[in-house]
Design a protein around this ligand. Structure first.
Ligand SMILES: Nc1ncnc2c1ncn2[C@@H]1O[C@H](COP(=O)(O)OP(=O)(O)O)[C@@H](O)[C@H]1O
Ligand SMILES: [Mg+2]
Length: 402
């Protein structure tokens, strides 16, 4: 499974469609599927898509679909919700409150991804290419399985069967509790399965960006967030690269292009230091829609390489642990661990710049966006253990108001 995500408008849908077409042409049975409620995969493929996969004309072995999260929401989850609301109301919780309690944030996206998981595991596909929503949505979605399991566990603790014995008014009521407990167990299992698939080596996440500073900064924050969720980003794709004009080209247009190319080169140099494979795709003169244009774009992007087999980073990019104290108490301490291949043998420099940490190894600078918990901390010390840089942080009340 290959997921494409990134900021809105950078080209996720276009590159997912192009990559899926490319994979199908290489002889693999491929499904391109969109979980983004703003369904535009059909526009990119110039095909009329729906919930059930349809074969895409002009590419043997390629099928495509839009997940209909609304319909899924009204199905299984709707029944479970009703069930829960009845039980909560029966247990004395106000009916309106019970209704509110059973609306889980982001469940729509979760169901969309669960449908993709079923397609990936039980469908006839060799590869499933997923066109995800914009970064923020997707992040929430990818964090959901764990967050939701925790939420359900708090709402209905594992000893709920014992609770049911105390609360059930009669035998019919007790059976309702049992059915709900089973439905919840199924949901938690489904979430665990989803989480396992997302974190498995068979799943790759590609972050798409355009060669602009603001987009690159957001990409660094997304990388940090995904790394903390234990999800593996195995490559970056920089889309819409402009050509560099010849040095002697004169005129307004040539100057504009040269300026654009200069910023683009600076951003490329920046993302090259993130420790991930970086690929580029050129800015096509005409909007790349339809299989012909998509094949061309994919050839530019992948050449003879296999899009499903990006090697990815050698080790997790970063990890954060609490090393002392609780909450943000004065004695709390956190450690950020960064894997920096070759660091032990090279000169190393470290600087805190606002919400980022700049690490320079052997003359190559890497900017790491700090996770939220560390932004309100100051760096107290740093040490190198082999190729792992360990930086200690302490909460700093002076930074809390920022
Ligand atoms: N390499 C490219 N060259 C030219 N236009 C592109 C390229 N990639 C994407 N586009 C265009 O940019 C717009 C946004 O792309 P899209 O794939 O829909 O982005 P996203 O899915 O990230 O929101 C579309 O009109 C698309 O055709
Ligand atoms: Mg899109």
């Amino acid at each position: 499974m290959v997921l494409f995500t990134g900021k809105g408008g950078v080209g996720k849908t276009t590159l997912a469609a192009a990559t899926a077409a490319h994979l199908a042409r290489s002889g693999r049975k491929t499904l391109a599927v969109s979980t983004d409620p703003a369904h535009s995969l059909g526009d990119a493929l110039e095909a009329d898509l729906r919930h059930e996969p349809v074969e895409v004309e002009g590419v043997d072995g390629l099928s495509a679909a839009h997940v209909d999260a609304r319909a899924l929401l009204d199905g299984t989850w709707g029944r479970l919700r009703e069930h829960l609301a009845t039980i909560l109301a029966g247990a004395g919780v106000d009916e309106l409150v019970a209704d509110e309690l059973t609306v889980l944030p982001g469940v729509e996206e979760l169901l969309a991804l669960a449908a993709v998981r079923r397609a990936a595991q039980f469908g006839p596909w060799d590869v499933v290419v997923v066109d995800c929503g914009p970064t923020a949505e997707t992040l929430r979605l990818l964090a959901l399985p764990e967050a939701l399991s925790g939420y359900l566990e708090r709402l209905f603790p594992a000893h709920r069967r014992a609770v049911r014995g105390l609360l059930a008014r009669d035998r019919a009521d007790a059976r309702r509790w049992d059915r709900t407990a089973e439905a919840l167990d199924d949901l938690v299992d489904e979430l665990a399965g989803l989480r396992a698939l997302l974190a498995s080596p068979q799943t790759g996440i590609r972050l798409v960006l355009t060669p602009e500073r603001v987009v690159a900064a957001e990409t660094r924050r997304t990388l940090t967030a995904l790394a903390l969720l234990g999800l593996r980003v195995d490559g970056l794709v920089v889309n819409r690269m402009v050509p560099v004009p010849p040095a002697d080209a004169a005129g307004e247009a040539a100057r504009w292009l040269r300026d654009r190319a200069t910023e683009q080169a600076a951003v490329l140099a920046d993302v090259a230091g993130l420790g991930l494979p970086v690929r580029t795709a050129g800015h096509a003169a005409a909007e790349p829609t339809g299989v012909g244009a998509l094949f061309e774009l994919a050839a530019d992007l992948w050449g003879d390489d296999d899009p499903a087999a990006e090697p990815g980073p050698a080790a997790p990019l970063l990890a954060v642990h609490r090393t002392a104290g609780t909450g943000r108490s004065a004695d709390a301490e956190f450690e950020l661990a960064l894997h920096l291949p070759g660091a032990s043998a090279a000169p190393l420099d470290l600087a805190r710049i606002g919400d980022e940490l700049a690490v320079t190894v052997a003359g190559v600078r890497r900017l790491v966006a700090l996770p939220a918990v560390l932004r309100r901390c100051t760096v107290t010390r740093a040490r190198l253990e082999g190729d792992d840089l360990r930086v200690a942080f302490r909460p700093d009340p002076a930074l809390w108001l920022r």
